[in-house]
Design a protein around this ligand. Structure first.
Ligand SMILES: C[S@@+](CC[C@H](N)C(=O)[O-])C[C@H]1O[C@@H](n2cnc3c(N)ncnc32)[C@H](O)[C@@H]1O
Length: 297
């Protein structure tokens, strides 16, 4: 959804933009190519992705500054960059093609790899810790509530009985034997998704992003979020509504924008993408400044 993101960000050549999810640098590079004196502050929590994003945007390197930062520390990152508020912030949620296909990262149930799933491998619990050390009930609750997997109890029981589970294919096989395939989706899809979301604290991170972002954007600037899961899109929709109600912003997308048929043909995983955009209210128009809690005072 690159053209749509650029349209909603309403790029000004001298503007300062924050790409909260550098990934492979696709959006970062495209924004930078529209700038003259402006800058892109490009962030990712994954140091390996930042290296790739840098390599993929060499042609516009002077217009980009890269930061190893997660959503919950974006306010410190922007302060550290020293440009003041930004003209637009983009967040393209989830994992990148690189992360999914790099077997060493352990995100995929299709290829053999370690049970890791951390976007930032420098610290934190991995999927191995969760799978091999959690109580059966906790596993079942997570897989049911976060993965929206109806057969979570059976899966959790099978996991606990098969420990230690040491690799992605080992886990995928345990799940597949516990709950046979009923349709085109691999039976381990939802279990892997639940583990990834938990390992990376993705719900909490999205909550932080939605809390922090409006304070980082100047009046008249844009916030654009692309999500791939219905629970994420719901969180974005609800937060945008609350911000609009409080006069902090105006919703630009009454309904989420979805990829064109052509994009889905070219890039099938994009089919579940939903883009929502909001314009932050000018401080004078809103009649006040933003307080630390995001409310206008
Ligand atoms: C879908 S990819 C972004 C692709 C990117 N827009 C591009 O054009 O290549 C999502 C990226 O966001 C990063 N990410 C996910 N959650 C994050 C968080 N809480 N803080 C910082 N980066 C995050 C992932 O590491 C991944 O590289």
């Amino acid at each position: 959804m690159l053209p749509e993101s650029l349209d909603y960000l309403a790029i000004r050549p001298e503007g300062i933009y924050l790409d909260a999810t550098a990934g492979l640098g696709g959006h970062t590079g495209a924004i930078a190519r529209l700038l003259s004196t402006g800058k892109v502050l490009s962030c990712d929590r994954d140091p390996e992705s930042l290296k790739l994003a840098r390599a993929n945007t060499m042609d516009v390197a002077p217009r980009i500054q890269f930061f190893h930062s997660k959503f919950s520390s974006l306010d410190q990152t922007v302060e550290h960059a020293g440009f003041g508020k930004v003209d637009g912030l983009l967040a393209d949620l989830g994992v990148s093609r690189f992360q999914l296909t790099d077997t060493a990262r352990g995100f995929s149930f299709m290829t053999e790899g370690p049970l890791d799933m951390r976007m930032d491998q420098s610290h934190g619990e991995s999927a191995d810790d969760l799978v091999n050390q959690s109580a059966e009930k906790a596993l079942a609750d997570w897989i049911y509530q976060i993965g929206e997997e109806r057969r979570a109890r059976k899966i959790a029981r099978a996991i606990v009985r098969s420990r230690p589970i040491r690799s992605t294919l080992h886990l995928a096989g345990v799940v597949e034997r516990a709950v046979p395939r009923t349709g085109p989706m691999h039976p381990a899809t939802r279990t892997f998704m639940a583990l990834r979301i938990l390992v990376n604290g993705e719900r909490e991170e999205l909550g932080s992003l939605l809390e922090i972002a409006p304070r980082l954007i100047r009046g008249g600037g844009r916030l654009v979020v692309i999500s791939f899961m219905s629970s994420e899109d719901r969180a974005v929709k609800e937060k945008f509504r609350a911000l609009a109600k409080d006069g902090i912003g105006t919703i630009l997308t009454k309904r989420p924008i979805e990829p064109t048929e052509e994009e889905v043909r070219r890039n099938p995983p994009s089919r579940s993408a939903k883009l929502r955009a909001m314009e932050i209210t000018g401080e004078s128009a809103a009649g006040g400044n933003y307080g630390d809690d995001g409310n206008i005072f």
